[in-house]
Design a protein around this ligand. Sequence first.
Ligand SMILES: NC(=O)c1ccc[n+]([C@@H]2O[C@H](COP(=O)([O-])OP(=O)(O)OC[C@H]3O[C@@H](n4cnc5c(N)ncnc54)[C@H](OP(=O)(O)O)[C@@H]3O)[C@@H](O)[C@H]2O)c1
Length: 254
Amino acid sequence: MKQPTQANAVQQPIANQKRVIIVGATSGIGLTLAEHYLAAGHLVGLTGRNESVLRRMQDKYLGTAYIEPMDVTKPILAAAQLDNMILAMQGADIIIVNAGVGFIDKSLGWEKQQLTIETNVLGFSSICSAAAKYFIQKKSGHLVGISSIASLAGSDATPSYAASKAYVSNYLAGLRKKFIKMKLSIQVTDILPGFVDTPMGQSKQRFWVVSTDKAANQIIRAIEKNKKLAYISKRWRLIAWLMKILPDWIYNRI
Ligand SMILES: NC(=O)c1ccc[n+]([C@@H]2O[C@H](COP(=O)([O-])OP(=O)(O)OC[C@H]3O[C@@H](n4cnc5c(N)ncnc54)[C@H](OP(=O)(O)O)[C@@H]3O)[C@@H](O)[C@H]2O)c1
């Protein structure tokens, strides 16, 4: 990992400066979250496969942006890379596990399903458990996972994606319970976006689409308020409620 140079490492820290690591920070929600935290003066670790975006961010925010190229589909290596980044940043206060893929594929092709599971399930678990182990030994921290409104029900168009996001939310709930039982002050926030205007969020049937700026603002606010769960945008709470009460005969037709 490239370290800040002597010239740019000297930077006045802001009051209450946080060290935030974003796994999957090269595009969409993750990149906008990184921009918001960096613009506010926090130290941010950015990861992802797209090295040119990582380098661009490092050059733009010299001394406060740390980068680590990472592919979460190599879960053991990715967890070690997360540990490296924590060391380079001399710790982490918030770790946001945002990396994810999703495809609409009604043909049930295996390749895309496998990539979805490798990224959203195996990669997610590996990064989350490495983050959890770090926070446990530090006895504090804030773990944030980006799930989806799709986690709330099975999907005929994207069965692997919806199932993978149910896994994400359930995994986060398990870690939250673990930290509570261990009486540790480690927060866990589960983020459930509806539709966000990103390269991934380009569905023909989308509605209530929000910009990445709005999504990032709401996610940051949810983290600051130690929310257990946050819908992005907030009106998706209504859809979540409807999904819970909808009888099967309606659910199976929509
Ligand atoms: N957009 C929506 O409408 C929406 C709705 C609900 C939930 N979400 C969730 O929000 C998260 C972000 O999605 P987005 O819409 O912002 O999508 P995006 O613009 O495609 O960004 C996805 C991010 O994940 C990273 N990523 C993907 N595969 C990776 C891998 N193997 N290793 C490391 N990083 C990887 C990408 O980085 P590289 O390509 O550089 O690796 C990129 O930074 C995802 O978890 C997604 O499921 C999005």
